[in-house]
Design a protein around this ligand. Structure first.
Ligand code: NAD
Length: 367
């Protein structure tokens, strides 16, 4: 299975849905169109062997529908493996709404989207992602119970980003332990790309630990504000060739690609962004060959899903944080497994997830 970012011209040459390179035996793909509200969304349900497919809704100004479809296929598949490797009884799903969240989003559109989610009777459970907010989840809750990440005042777990950031911090510490022999990040030069919800909290953890933190966000005002708040430095120059100890991608995916891979100088990569490797099989191996310790994204950014999962089973913040802290141990286990089997850390994490799904499938079929 190859998941890679294709140009629109390349995408248009393959079969529309099942022939997409990012299609990986997804169980169901739902196209939602509502003329009155302008909603155009795609819900991708990748796998429900371990439980209902839970994953956030991303609102993004895609250049075309191919790009949106490719994104939802990649993201929903990623959720399957994220929940499986983290030990949650959840399947993988994700949704994308096509449009600029700052301009096109309306309460009516979000409500309509909630109705589409409701029509799936719990096979897909939504949450927030880039371009959607806790307030949007509250609107969705008005029309369906199949939503998580609603505000705390409504019995939800609120914004998952701080827990995600804590998990990334734990994964980063484990990767540092593997690479540098100590998980103490004091004095380590860390470049955080993206100073958004997750990036900012990650910066706060790093600053508290005494790391030498650099920030780069495409929005300069955000970079300045976050740098000032936590006493971090504003990074100028090329992110990918930065001479740092740790690179933390916390913006969008596929930043480890053919163009960037050869310029990377960081010794550890550990960040929140989903699908950091443009082509898993190629760029994962190249990172390994370069001796860069890569903490698999779908493992270390699982804090958010752990937090919203807790909402389904009865929210207990302390338990969610304990599980998130355990990302440290799982990351170390994955580095060890990768070394033992001479495979990449991404492959090692996938192997654990796949084994769990296969075992459950067997159990389910023998019932
Ligand atoms: P966000 O939208 O709050 O922040 C993203 C930030 O990245 C924004 O400030 C944006 O300006 C910046 N950005 C975009 N492109 C950039 C680029 N090329 N260079 C530098 N900065 C750039 O999103 P978030 O909630 O902080 O999530 C960050 C990443 O982590 C996303 O990929 C998301 O899918 C992933 N993630 C988030 C969560 C969560 O709980 N929020 C959970 C798992 C994974």
């Amino acid at each position: 299975m190859v998941t890679e970012v294709l140009t629109p011209a390349e995408l248009s040459k393959v079969d529309p849905v099942f022939g997409q390179l990012s299609f990986d035996n997804h169980e169901q793909i739902v196209f939602c169109n509502d003329k009155d509200t302008g909603l155009k969304a795609i819900i991708g349900i990748h796998n429900t062997v371990l439980g209902p497919a839970l994953g956030g809704t991303r609102m993004w100004k895609y250049n075309n529908e191919w790009e949106a479809l490719n994104d939802v296929l990649r993201l929903s598949r990623g959720m399957t493996y994220k929940s499986a490797v983290t030990g949650l009884n959840l399947g993988g799903g994700k949704a994308v709404i096509i449009g600029d969240s700052k301009i096109d989003k309306t309460p009516e559109m979000i409500t309509k989207f909630g109705q589409y989610v409701n029509s799936l009777s719990g096979k897909y459970i939504t949450a927030e992602d880039v371009g959607t907010t806790t307030a949007d989840m509250d609107l969705i809750r008005d029309v369906t119970s199949f939503v998580t990440g609603v505000s705390e005042s409504r019995g939800g777990s609120g914004n998952p980003s701080p827990v995600t950031a804590y998990g990334v911090f734990m994964g980063m510490k484990a990767a540092a332990k593997y690479k540098f022999g100590s998980d103490n990040l004091e004095g380590k030069k860390v470049l955080v790309q993206g100073a958004g919800h997750v990036g900012e909290t990650l910066v706060s953890h790093l600053a508290k630990e005494g790391a030498d933190v650099y920030i780069f966000d495409i929005h300069e005002d955000k970079t300045q504000a976050v740098a000032q708040k936590y006493g971090a430095k504003v990074f100028t120059g090329d992110v990918y060739s930065a001479d740092v100890d740790i690179y933390a991608p916390c913006a969008l995916g596929a930043t480890i690609n053919d163009e960037t891979i050869h310029t990377l100088k960081a010794k550890v990569i550990a960040g929140a962004a989903n699908n950091q490797l443009a082509v898993e099989q190629i760029h994962g191996v190249l990172l390994q060959e370069k001796g860069i310790a890569y903490a698999p994204d779908f493992l270390i950014n699982a804090g958010g899903i752990i937090n919203v999962y807790a909402e389904i089973v009865g929210y207990d913040k302390a338990e969610a944080l304990r599980r998130t802290e355990n990302i440290y141990n799982t990351t170390l286990e994955i580095f060890a497994l990768a070394d033992q089997n001479k495979i990449t850390t991404h492959q090692a994490a996938m192997a654990i997830a796949e084994r769990r799904i296969a075992e459950r499938k067997l159990q389910n079929s023998s019932k």
